[in-house]
Design a protein around this ligand. Structure first.
Ligand code: ADP
Length: 461
């Protein structure tokens, strides 16, 4: 508002000042030229009749009355002074026959005319030499004092009128600026309300996308950000509730088992043994969930620290397979390893082996007895590729998008038997993403599943 007011009012003030002062200077100039005009006429008269030589006579008196007339019209005073600086005529009749001593008068005798404007007392003084064009020295001088009070009267009238216009404009500009500022601020103010609400911690607001192009743009960017935050918040809440649920389940089972033992009197030792075995299994499950959770936290893309080293991937895969072979053997599942070339890559060995281990472990877990699991390794100049295929139960099409989510299991009821926590594939995916790699799944129910992993040979920060 201040800026607009300045822009609006400063030119008006300026205009006011300029117009008043230009009127004043123009009017003064005009007055001086009028005075010179009259001075010229009188001076010609004086020179024609040889006024200074003839002394007091009828002719000089005629001229004196002519001079008085001019002085009266202009509310002024005219003095005629001779070469000896003696005042011959004073239209006020005050100083006649006296001697005038002033610098201007001396200059006037030398032929120089001068003017002096006294704004305070509102008059102009003109010193005019009475001189013949052919002569060098003036015969005398004329001093004309004219009032300029009427100029200032007109000027103050003008100032009053301009003042009214100025006041009118000021009010107009203030009003216009006020409404304009309101208009410009309104969309931002609405946005501010919404943002205030946001800062109170409510994420479920949407900033109204209206107003100017800029506000619409800002609002839509904020809204987009809000949606992302909301999604993150939802998944965080879901994760926390899943974790609590998963951790509670084994504890609830143990509580039920122990309660049932305590509530019965004479429980046979065999039953104690049986229930204690069940409790042991639940503890193991709890331990597995906690371990998986810890791995997941470690693999969190944002907090993870990578321990990068040059690793022989062929050896890494062989080691994982060697570890898993006994489990496969139990169910007579064939484990095949195919390597197309030796591969060395910059990876975090612990994280990558955990990721691949989960894939192969799943391929065995979700397989039929007497099935097969094939692991292959290949590379080009940029990436290495690991493929884990199995002849297992497969993943239903509609579940394939969800298997990488935390705690997601296709068959919840069955997963307690297989010991699944639903965290394995999210750990795997996080580990692969931390290596700037990619993972994909192809699966057909009851036929089998293939996971393909692509990881850059050189670690990119
Ligand atoms: P879990 O600990 O239950 O194995 P994962 O995150 O490793 O959890 O896997 C999520 C789900 O994906 C599993 O519950 C399982 O249903 C399905 N799944 C994973 N790998 C395979 C596979 N090779 N064959 C069939 N289903 C699989």
């Amino acid at each position: 508002m201040l800026v607009f007011l300045l822009i609006g009012l400063v030119p008006i003030l300026f205009f006011w000042k300029i117009s008043l002062s230009s009127y004043e200077s123009q009017a003064l100039e005009q007055r001086i030229s009028e005075m010179k005009y009259h001075a010229n006429i009188i001076s010609n008269l004086i020179l024609n009749v040889n006024y200074f030589a003839i002394g007091d006579s009828g002719t000089t008196r005629d001229i004196a009355s002519e001079i008085s007339y001019v002085a009266e019209v202009y509310k002024g005073r005219i003095l005629i002074v001779d070469r000896n600086l003696q005042i011959l005529t004073d239209t006020y009749g005050l100083e006649e026959n006296k001697t005038l001593i002033s610098e201007e008068a001396v200059k006037g005798l030398r032929g120089e005319s001068s003017t002096y404007t006294d704004k305070e007392n509102e008059y102009i003084e003109l010193v005019y030499p009475i001189i013949k064009p052919s002569e060098k020295e003036a015969q005398g001088i004329m001093i004309i004092n004219f009032s300029i009070s009427n100029i200032y009267e007109v000027q103050s009238g003008l100032a009053a009128r301009l003042g009214v216009i100025f006041a009118f404009f000021t009010v107009f500009i203030i009003l216009a600026v006020f409404f304009l500022a309101m208009y410009f601020i309104r969309p931002w103010r609405e946005m501010m309300h919404a943002v205030d609400y946001l800062s109170d911690g409510y994420l479920d607001v949407q900033i109204p996308e209206k107003g100017f192009t800029e506000t619409i743009h800002v609002a839509s960017v904020i809204n987009e950000m809000l949606n992302k935050m909301q999604t993150l918040e939802n998944s965080r809440q879901e994760f926390v509730s899943n974790v609590s649920h998963e951790l509670k389940t084994p504890i609830t089972s143990m509580k039920v088992l122990s309660d049932s033992l305590i509530s019965q009197p004479d429980v046979p030792v065999e039953l104690y043994r049986e229930f204690m075995i069940d409790i042991g299994a639940e503890i193991e499950r709890e331990d597995k969930i906690i371990n998986d959770l810890l791995s997941l936290v470690k693999m969190d893309k944002t907090s993870g620290e990578m321990n990068i080293a040059s690793v022989n991937i062929n050896e890494l895969l062989e080691m994982i397979l060697k570890r898993l072979r006994p489990i496969a053997k139990k169910r007579n599942i064939e484990l095949v390893y195919e390597s197309f070339r030796p591969v060395t890559a910059e990876v975090d060995e612990v994280k990558l082996s955990l990721a691949i281990n989960n894939l192969i472990e799943n391929a065995i877990k979700y397989n039929y007895d007497d099935g097969w699991v094939r692991v292959s390794l290949n590379a080009d100049h940029k990436f290495f590729y690991i493929k884990v295929s199995d002849s297992g139960v497969g993943i239903p099409e509609e579940a394939q998008d969800n298997i990488f989510e935390r705690f997601y299991r296709v068959d919840k009821a069955h997963s307690r038997e297989t010991g699944g926590t639903g965290l394995g594939l999210s750990i795997t995916r996080n580990a692969i993403l931390m290596h700037r790699g990619a993972i994909k799944v192809y699966s057909k129910e009851k036929e089998g599943t293939t996971f393909t992993v692509r990881v850059p040979l050189n670690y990119i920060l």
